[in-house]
Ligand binder design. Structure first.
Ligand code: MF3
Ligand code: CO
Ligand code: CO
Length: 399
């Protein structure tokens, strides 16, 4: 109570649009600049202001140690708290939908200089991606691109498996992020989420009612939680993207059903992938299985093309009666990544601008693969390996 009562001090106007602003530019906070000039209502307004806003950093005297440049904002949002206090003690006024709360985010992790980076690594802004023709046209990948995508996707799988092996009660999601980060750079790859549109960490960790894009933080996993780990790596100029939802200790029966149903939704969707199939069919298959098992399908987040770009065409909704255009062709590469909710399908966004949660606070699960359309069907580029840990009871052979 004491912490959350101190929220009136956050009622500032967004520098960009004037709406009530609960976010503070982390760099301004670090430099102890006036809060009025550092207030934003959303990541979108922050991004839109960035090219002009960053000038206020360079004007300010950098008193802190090192005095690094003010061009990169990767310390994460601090919820109107000062650096070092983390984001937990004081959070903006918000109708939390469930019992989860944000916890402090650790310092930015470093990527060694020899590792090749995507164009957002330094300043948080993807430059090629939003302007590419492949936002509208679905690329047919060349044999060379396909062989690089296979290599990268395999690394992503091995990184996710490394994360899966450390999941148990008491481990923080930040520790999972550390495992992902270290395994990624050990493979000579860059963790694609790091600084993507200013995302502060190297993977997404989405616990219980978090649908997706949870920020790894100091919260310890508890017995009975479910946690999704979403890994994307960048290697040899291309991205590979996958995620899985894991059980933490002993989980209730409904959560087990939710996670298994979500796994099956992805399996059933993959099973229809081949040249000539409409992208909009993916959502029909997923929606049918989700509703048959008593669950709902998230609409705000979709599967996506992937390759030299992290996110590109096609856009692949997971819900029924969607308006996705086009048919699958051999040589296309995209993800399918259904998010399935125990209760209502609607999502809400935490004030950090990233964390998507269920509107009713009930649990959500997700699985994701990167897929290649072949002449005869599909190849799962992020498929499980013989070395992958056995996390899912339904995969154990009955023999
Ligand atoms: N891996 C996510 C996806 O499946 C994207 C995460 S972007 C981040 O598309 F910035 F949130 F990390
Ligand atoms: Co992903
Ligand atoms: Co994805």
């Amino acid at each position: 109570m004491a912490g959350e009562s101190d929220t009136s001090t956050c009622a500032l106007a967004c520098v960009k649009c004037g709406k009530p602003a609960n976010l503070q530019c982390p760099k301004c906070v670090e430099l102890k600049l006036p809060r009025e000039g550092a207030a934003f209502c959303s990541q979108d307004c922050f991004k839109a202001s960035w090219s002009s806003h960053k000038a206020v950093h360079s004007k300010a005297k950098i008193s802190s140690t090192g005095g690094q440049d003010s061009g990169s904002l990767n310390d994460g949002w601090l919820y109107c708290t000062r650096k070092g206090q983390g984001r937990s003690p004081k959070v903006p006024q918000f109708n939390w939908t469930g019992t989860l709360r944000p916890h402090p985010i650790s310092k930015t992790r470093v990527v060694p200089a020899h590792i090749d980076r995507p164009d957002w690594a330094l300043d948080g802004i993807p430059k090629i991606e939003p302007n590419s023709d492949f936002q509208h046209v679905v690329e047919i990948k060349s044999p060379d691109l396909i062989s690089r995508l296979k290599e990268t996707s395999r690394i992503a799988r091995e990184v996710l498996d490394a994360a899966a092996r450390v999941i148990r009660p008491g481990v923080t999601t930040d520790e999972i992020d550390d495992v992902v980060h270290e395994a990624t750079i050990a493979a000579g790859a860059y963790p694609s989420p790091l600084n993507y549109h200013f995302f502060p960490k190297s993977c997404c960790t989405s616990v219980n009612e978090i649908i997706c894009h949870g920020i790894p933080d100091a919260r310890k996993l508890e017995d009975g939680d479910i946690v999704n780990v979403d890994v994307t790596v960048y290697y040899k100029g291309v991205h590979g993207d996958l995620n899985e939802t894991y059980f933490v200790g002993n989980v209730d029966e409904e959560s087990k059903r939710l996670v298994q149903s979500t796994y099956e939704c992805l399996e059933k969707a993959i099973a229809i992938v081949k040249p000539g199939v409409r992208f909009r069919e993916v959502g029909e298959v997923i929606s049918r299985h989700a509703s048959m098992t008593g669950f709902s399908v998230v609409k705000s987040y979709c599967g996506h093309g992937i390759g030299e770009l992290f996110h590109c065409a096609p856009n692949i909704p997971h819900y029924s009666r969607n308006k996705a255009v086009g048919i699958m062709k051999a040589g296309q590469v995209f993800t399918i990544e259904p998010m399935i909710n125990a209760g209502v399908w609607r999502d809400r966004m935490w004030p950090d601008g990233w964390t998507a949660v269920t509107e009713d606070g009930k649990r959500s699960a997700q699985f994701e693969h990167t897929l290649l359309v072949t002449e005869t069907g599909v190849e799962v580029l992020t498929a499980r390996l013989p070395s992958s840990p056995n996390m899912f009871p339904w995969l154990n052979s009955s023999s």
